[in-house]
Ligand binder design. Structure first.
Ligand SMILES: C[S@@+](CC[C@H](N)C(=O)[O-])C[C@H]1O[C@@H](n2cnc3c(N)ncnc32)[C@H](O)[C@@H]1O
Length: 315
């Protein structure tokens, strides 16, 4: 493909969502050690660094290679900041148990990922049908759609996209690929639009399917499931965990995890004495926080954001 180098194309801005609430939830100490598990374009990272003194530190993680380039630019030679290009489900490889004072997850995709047609996330911009956050690993959506069974495609679109026309869309994909591989976001968007009856005003008929396919090829829910227990173990007593979700399935997973970790192991409920390891590991620090109308007005992405937070207990 012609045009600007890939890293430049992905260099748009990302407005951080629930920034003040997330920083408050992390209760940042100037000399604390923090992890931003989803660096993106560093909006939250900048907020954290701005509250740290000389002795504080920040480890930023993102699986996207463009985020790595952005971090190198943002952090420059700041000795307090480090970046790792990795999946956040690998967090225990970089952070020792009990060693950090706060970890932030701001889930989902960044605006530059969506805006760069070459990443293949957007049905509004034609590009290769990819959608991998880390294009060096795993299968692109085009590769997966070329080999998956019709039932499997329908299940993914129904589950992650909550799309009621999932079976119809899967059938259309399987029929189309028999003639030629589905290679671009434009082809897939047009195919879905022609398979789905009617059209709700304002919502592109491919919205839910694209979201579902993105969540599937990046194993987004699996990543969260694997990362949260590691994050809890990485926190020092009194350390804070803050998670911003954008999808109801993500938020349900986060809510259930935090609730379970803030109770003693139910296997010991009602018994005298709780054995070591079965005590609650977290204390919820408040209710879920949503963006106010002002933030949603400035940044429509904030509309579906939910922040949940908890504090590590000494267990
Ligand atoms: C919503 S954006 C974060 C935006 C960031 N807080 C900011 O202010 O710029 C989510 C980021 O998390 C990254 N990401 C998503 N899942 C990930 C995972 N499992 N491991 C590492 N990074 C991930 C994405 O690549 C994306 O850059």
């Amino acid at each position: 493909m012609s045009g600007a180098p890939h890293a430049e194309a992905g260099f748009g801005r990302h407005a951080p969502v629930l920034l003040d609430a997330a920083l408050a939830a992390l209760a940042i100490r100037a000399d604390g050690r923090y992890v931003d598990a989803t660096y993106g374009r560093g909006g939250h990272a900048a907020g954290i660094l701005g509250r740290l003194g000389e002795k504080g530190s920040l480890l930023a993680i993102d699986r996207d290679p463009d985020a790595s380039i952005a971090a190198a630019r943002q952090f420059g030679s700041d000795p307090r900041a480090k970046f790792r290009q990795a999946r956040f489900s690998e967090i225990s490889q970089f952070v020792a148990d009990g060693s950090v004072d706060g970890i932030l997850f701001d889930l989902g995709v960044s605006s530059p990922q969506l805006d760069d047609a070459r990443r293949g996330f957007s049905f509004l911009r034609d590009g290769p049908l990819d959608m991998r956050m880390d294009p060096r690993h795993g299968e692109s959506v085009a590769e997966w759609l070329a080999r998956a069974g019709e039932r499997e495609i329908a299940m993914v679109i129904a589950r992650f996209g909550e799309e009621r026309h999932a079976r119809r869309i899967a059938a259309a994909i399987v029929a189309a690929r028999a003639a030629a591989p589905i290679a671009t976001t434009g082809e897939l968007a047009a195919l879905i639009a022609s398979a789905v009856p009617g059209r709700k005003q304002g919502i592109h008929p491919a919205t839910r399917s694209f979201q579902a396919l993105r969540m599937h090829v990046n194993d987004e829910l699996g990543e969260i499931e694997r990362a949260l227990p590691q994050a809890v173990m990485a926190l020092a007593p009194g350390g804070r965990l803050a998670v911003i979700s954008f999808h109801s399935l993500e938020d349900r997973l986060v809510k259930r995890f935090l609730r379970a970790a803030s109770r003693e192991d139910p296997a010991f409920a009602g018994l005298p004495g709780v054995p070591p390891g079965a005590e609650p590991k977290l204390r919820l620090t408040g209710r879920a926080v949503f963006a106010d109308a002002d933030e949603v007005g400035r940044n429509p992405r904030a509309r579906s954001a939910v922040l949940r937070a908890a504090e590590r207990l000494a267990a």
